[in-house]
Design a protein around this ligand. Structure first.
Ligand code: MN
Length: 227
């Protein structure tokens, strides 16, 4: 019988609302610039271009309520409040009409970002991996099953109780179905994949010692304490 030369890594996972069972995470995809006001605040043009994607490692996932050390190699850690979609079925080249059939559930999330490293990467035309895909960079609240309905309403972010981001999910340039349809043209989507769907305007810093909370109507909050 064959085995592994090292112990297999643990399976990254996310909590499920009202259940002791967990959602096993395979990959984490993220959409850039999916709200017009945020695209403008980052110096872009929100005119309808196809969505673009970047990734984080599955084990970057952090449960709501966690205490996370201020990341190394940055002096400008930013929050990005986002709706997170969790896929429960596989799919390639799916249409927007079929796309929501792949969704297992939804959660509030925070796409933690080393903004200074991202700005340097953009200026040098280098990859974003170390500005986006660092350890503990993907805060995800408890998943609500899609059967409970597609989230609508406000998405907000608070830093130490101060409102920093406040938008409506309907302001997304690419809605969830369109994101899934586009991404499924680029990779074979699989059950276990998470998709961060982009952040509205108002991104900003989180200092050591602060608490950042992402609140989406109908979902449990995604909270992180930076220590
Ligand atoms: Mn983001």
């Amino acid at each position: 019988m064959t085995g592994y030369v090292i112990a297999p890594p643990p399976i990254a996972s996310v909590a499920v609302e009202g259940s002791a069972d967990r959602f096993a995470v395979r990959r984490i995809f993220c959409v850039g610039r999916n709200y017009a006001e945020h695209a403008r605040e980052m110096g872009g043009d929100p005119a309808a271009e196809p969505p673009f994607f970047f990734t984080k490692p599955a084990d970057a996932v952090v449960a709501s309520g966690a205490h996370v050390p201020y990341p190394t190699a940055t002096a400008d850690l930013h929050h990005e409040a986002e709706l997170v979609v969790a896929l429960g079925k596989d799919g390639s080249a799916v249409s927007a009409e079929q796309a929501l059939d792949l969704v297992w559930g939804y959660a509030a999330g925070n796409d933690l970002t080393r903004r200074d490293l991202q700005a340097a990467a953009k200026a040098a035309r280098r990859p974003w991996d170390m500005s986006k895909g660092f350890d503990a960079s993907a805060v995800v609240g408890a998943l609500r099953p899609a059967a409970a309905g597609t989230p609508t309403g406000r998405i907000r972010c608070y830093v130490d109780g101060v409102l920093t981001q406040d938008a409506d999910l309907a302001e997304m340039i690419w809605p969830v179905a369109g994101i899934i349809a586009h991404l499924s043209q680029l990779v074979a989507l699989r059950a276990g994949d998470l998709i961060f769907t982009g952040t509205p305007a108002g991104v900003g810093p989180i200092a050591r010692g602060q608490c950042c909370e992402v609140v989406i109507d109908g979902l449990q909050p995604a909270t992180v304490h930076i220590v």
